[in-house]
Design a protein around this ligand. Sequence first.
Ligand code: NCD
Length: 309
Amino acid sequence: MEFENRDIISIHDFSTKEILHVLDVARDMVPAAQGKEEKNILGSKVMSSLFFEPSTRTRLSFEAAMKRLGGKTVGFSDAKSTSTKKGETLADTIRMAEAYSDCIVIRHFNEGAGRLAAKFSSKPVLNAGDGAGQHPTQTLLDLFTIREEKGAIKGNRVILAGDLKYGRTVHSLAYALAMFGVDMAFISPRGLEMPREFVSLVKEMGVDLYEGRDLAEAVAEGDVLYATRIQKERFPDPQEYKKMASSYRIDNEMLSGGKKGLIVMHPLPRVNEIAAEVDDTPHAVYFRQAFNGVPVRMALLALVLGARR
Ligand code: NCD
């Protein structure tokens, strides 16, 4: 298992053993992530944070992670304020970030941008979301959350609900859960189903998979309900988005049909998918899940920068 200098582009690049190692290191990071302990192991390092697409949690938790480890950050959260606006290519922007820092975190609207960025940088590149493609660091924090909340990853039945077509978090997560032999249900409105390639892949991996539309019915069987936002920005036709916008909503009434220990997760931001009343119930895990982005990203940064093995 070698992490030093490695790019983190897709969850497909990991073995289950490597994933569990990242989650173990992340657990060690929790006290420092909470500010209860000093951990200045990246004191001489700088992280570039290049966000070509909007972000709250991913960008802030990456920056917090770097700073909790004593490192520093440079970057932008709006590409309009950079030379991209003057026509600079992604390749050249990456070359600059490589020159100014020790690792590069990139979020981009084009699928494949993370992999492309890694080609132009000899320093580690961490994909923070590429279009409707992959979001591997989110998947690792999702797995960390399931493991911490439920005691293990395997043995749970996980419902992935919502926009499974354009939602990149569920693309990475479905594959990772299948690696751990987790049975799943994919529940989506018509037209937003999980792409067939992922369905075939997951089935080939031998897990039990149910596909349907009725979330209220599926809830009864689940241990984890992972809800997603309808990805407005990825719809080619705004009219299509309007039709889907309020296609499902999780509230206390719906959850009353679920198991007592059912946890509700969401990568956030939520729009209408989860009623605010759910926040005060023991089912709601999404805010703790968002915090988990810090220890998990601390683990990844420490590993790829060679400060932890
Ligand atoms: C997600 C994303 O950007 O893919 N957000 C996140 O990183 N936590 C989910 C979304 O935007 O709906």
